[in-house]
Design a protein around this ligand. Structure first.
Ligand SMILES: [Fe+2]
Length: 198
């Protein structure tokens, strides 16, 4: 397979004021496109040609760093666009997921605090995650393009904390970006969909 850039599932200005049209134009059209283009070039002639994206990500980890970085970022961004929606966030979660967050993570309010803290605490570029590992939900953070797939877990929500995701709108105020993401952008229906498949 080759990597292709998906369309955004909403208009470029649909997430304003929490994420600007300019941010999405750069982030999707330039940054994500570069991961796709570079990933396709790096895939050529490797043992991973013809494999699924998940297989490329898992198989190239610690083996082929340039390919891994681009393939993992492609995977992360495909989902990142869908983990957001206009009028997202809110307080009402799909039932099964709400119960699981209560059981494993001490409730929705604690989840929001801990998830944002993971993003704020990631030194430099990376991601904060909600993932399913051994049947339990867990919050984690990773550097650069790394994601829970390479740690035996299935990501169901992630937030990009690379500066390209927030610097135009929030400058250095990463915690404000994370608060807006959690309160106003998360597409919980898509998180639930990934949870049900995990
Ligand atoms: Fe990004």
């Amino acid at each position: 397979m080759t990597f292709t850039l998906p369309e955004l599932p909403y208009a470029y200005d649909a997430l304003q004021p929490y994420m600007s049209k300019e941010t999405l134009e750069y982030h999707h059209d330039k940054h994500h496109q570069a991961y796709v283009t570079n990933g396709n070039n790096l895939l050529k002639g490797t043992e991973f040609e013809g494999k699924s994206l998940e297989e490329v990500v898992k198989g190239s980890f610690n083996k082929n760093a340039p390919l891994f970085n681009n393939a993992a970022q492609h995977y992360n961004h495909i989902h990142f666009w869908k983990w957001m929606k206009p009028n997202g966030g809110g307080t009402k979660l799909p039932g099964a997921l709400a119960k699981k967050i209560d059981e494993d993570l001490g409730g929705f309010e604690k989840f929001k605090t801990d998830f944002a803290a993971a993003g704020a605490g990631q030194f430099g570029s990376g991601w904060a995650w909600l993932a399913v590992k051994n049947g339990k939900l867990e919050i984690s953070k990773t550097p650069n393009g790394e994601n829970p797939l390479v740690h035996g877990a299935v990501p169901i929500l992630g937030v990009d904390v690379w500066e390209h995701s927030y610097y135009i709108d929030y400058r250095n105020r990463r915690p404000d970006y994370l608060k807006a993401f959690v309160e106003n952008l998360i597409n919980w229906e898509y998180v639930e969909e990934m949870y049900s498949k995990a």
